[in-house]
Design a protein around this ligand. Sequence first.
Ligand code: DGL
Length: 284
Amino acid sequence: MSNEQILTLKAEAQRRPIGVFDSGVGGLTVLRELYRQLPNESIIYFADTARLPYGTRSAEEILQFGREIISWMIQQEVKMIVLACNTTDALALSTLREEFDLPILGLILPGARVAVQQGSRLGVIATPATAASNAYRHAILEVQPTAQVWQVGCPEFVPLVEQNRLYDPYTKEVAKQYLAPLLEQQIDTLIYGCTHYPHLAPVLRELLPLHIWFVDPAKHVATAAAQELDLIGELNTFPPLPTRFCVSGCQQQFASLSLQWLGFTPAVEKVSLPTVALSPLESH
Ligand code: DGL
């Protein structure tokens, strides 16, 4: 291959978008960080709104959804996947990495690494599936075996965010109940173990003493993505394409809900995901 051909291939690889997905608007907290830290990258954002919430689903379902979304993203020629969903990270990341041949980044390990530098009594608020998986506890203890970790599953938060009930007094009441066991343990750090939860920051901040640090893994997965792209020589040096917003459910609902976080009303495409056969072991 000539030098010119190699350079053309490299430029093509750099230009390919990053695929980012979540069940809904939670992943916009990751998208915002990617915009901030990787302004040159083109991004395809997929929200699986037809099947939301993910946090009360089984590990088999989450894995299958991840397979379908990543297969579709590969058809869109992405160069990397950023899971903007802790539940997918907790329940399916290792299998998805075995099954697909492109970098797949999760939030939990980057979040855990930073959290142990901030405190030693760590509270994690997460979806019921993420909390039950103990993924945060394992990741934290792997990097800091002396840390203490308390995890609380918060089943009502994602539906409340998706219904745009951020400032509803009921949301504050529910938040109070979820945070009570963590306050009892005198945590010094609170980890957002679900990407929807930073949208509730004003309510949560009000309910916790000021000395408690908040860790948003979204920031740290964006840093990890930047480092990985640099390492593999695929940071985009060309002007990025506008972000493609894609959903499996209602386009209009996603567009109007997103406005408050994006600062613009996105054009939203509805896509049908490919059907991916279950692996032989799972189909029995
Ligand atoms: N935002 C996702 C997460 O970080 C999924 C939430 C859900 O759909 O339950 O876990």
